[in-house]
Ligand binder design. Sequence first.
Ligand code: SF4
Length: 696
Amino acid sequence: QRLKRVTKAETTCGFCAVGCRFDLYGKDGEVLGTRPADPDATPANGYSTCVKGKFGYDFANSDERLETPLIRRKDAPDGPAGPDGFREASWDEALSRVVEELRETRETHGRDSLAVFSSSKATNEENFLMQKFARQVLGTKNVDNCTRLCHSSTVAALKQTMGYGAMSNRIKDVGNADCYLITGSNTTESHPVLATKLKQNVRDGADLFVFEPRRIELAEHADQFTRTAGGHDIAWINGMIRHIIENDLHDEAFIEERTKGFEDVREKVQSFTPEKVEELTDVSPEELANAAETIAEADSCVFGWAMGISQHTYGTQTVLALADLALVTGHVGKPNAGVSPFRGQNNVQGGGGDMGTIPDNLPGYQDITDDDVLDQFEDAWGVRPPDEPGLRVTEVFDEVDEGNVRGMYVIGENPAISEPDVTNARESLAELDFLVVQDIFVTETAEYADVILPAATFTEKYGTVTNTERRVQLVHPAVDPPGSARADWKILQELARRMGFDWQYDSPTDIMDEVNELTPIYGGITHERLEEKGDGLQWPCPDEDHPGTPYLYEDEFNFEDGKARFVPADLGDPTELPNEEFPIALTSGRVLYHWHTGQLTRRSEGLMGHVGESYAEIHPQTAGQIGVADGEYVEVESKRGSIVVRAKVTERTAPGKIFIPMHFAEGAVNELTQEELDPVSRIPDYKLASVRVSSM
Ligand code: SF4
């Protein structure tokens, strides 16, 4: 029964990880709209939301919502099944089929022939159950999350240097910093409300340095916009560190008292002379010196970055360099300063790592090889979790090709659009013996499924999500799920029971109780407290008397000796550069009006009205060479595939480079991107590919 009256639910936006709070209104099963909530209970956004928060909810009302389970017809073609390729099924039939296939795959090919891909669109409670389902019920070590594709390099580098793979400060403080270094982040479009705070503070006098290959909107507000060549960001960051040390601008007391390994970094950066930096990056010695000196002398500096930094084969090294810069200037562990990876989906911090949906950590970043940790989980679950790291999602598809992974359970993700060199990923999906997809639409990935299970979306759920500043906030339902669709946790529980595990959760609160018990950084983050507080709690919050942690590392870094580690960053080489055959450098990214693979925003009329199709930003000079005018179609080819998109002729992008958004199935940029992975985090390089562009 759908709710039959107007309901108001205080909730958290379902798009980006700024985590804006608003009231969501619903009636008769339809979401009616959003309104800013009490500003005291909305620390990330106050009264603001961006266009997605205001208008981007109508996907939830779409006629295309899945309302009943679907099973692939026996006569459906191999690969994508098409609109007639599925038949409706009862929950009982669909779940029986899933259980039977998962069991058979496991019995025939072993536990690790199964892989689970979980979603940062689902709540913390649901992600906790996803990894529990993988490790306890299926017994597989292969569980991963979409964070692999966006900030896994960030997490790897920050864990090495500071101890937690997370933003150290809070969004409120981003609005109060003395100075900003923003790089690899189109903040205005990807994290709009956060960018508004930042720009307000810049108008009030804070210094803003933007280092980017594209002339993004934030550049218009910068004291210094430096158009970098792209591909060698480590060089200018190490060059800045060198300049700071050479000019005695480093924070000696901080380095002495709170860090280890400074001499290694001092030695490493010696070779990054201003001349070398300029040659590699187009950053002039004057720009380098000006930014380095202002940052070092500022009372507080926020180092903000996103996927322009993290999504490279040397992403981990670049974030190490940024962490070194933050440490050398002492801008960590104090108010209004810190390392600020601007993360992606609304629950990417919680679902993407905190809840253990990653192959090397149990919930709370507890090491999967630690016997004491494993003992605790075994006591709680009656089953010892696998004690070695599993496959990262970017490795799973290769293992499918090798015949080592035979079954996959994909929850809320769309690898048929989001994987790099997506043609390969689609072939792998088609090769699987069994694929179950749990989602709210028949996504491009679901087209390959054997069984599709209809799930609920954020407008229909109760639970928690954790935004980019580690703030755990509640979501409340404004409407019921359509038809017989169910919340992910209910589907997982039913499957677990059918596979012989007596899960007894009456509500997400029961799941959170287990999270509190097994996850020390969430030990004191109970639903009861969150309902009382309204404005959420930032982890670590180890017990119910703890107030949460607005900024990390105030007293010590997260290592036994409390000291941060300088780790010298090696200059990585781009794995693909423009050449005679493919002379143009392609980068991909986001636009304000869309979100990820576009499953939600492409179904929102208001948002599609602004940007309704894929396109390529091309510099006028390059457009002239190709012979294409603004608005005409071009073919873009890499050695992996080709797409046709409309040309948008603009000076935002540099000559010889093009930009294509990531959100569209028609003109999908990942038909062109490369599969090379960062050796540490296994994140793909979505930001550099060589292409040729021709007029049509
Ligand atoms: Fe939603 Fe992000 Fe926009 Fe806030 S800034 S309304 S969280 S998309």
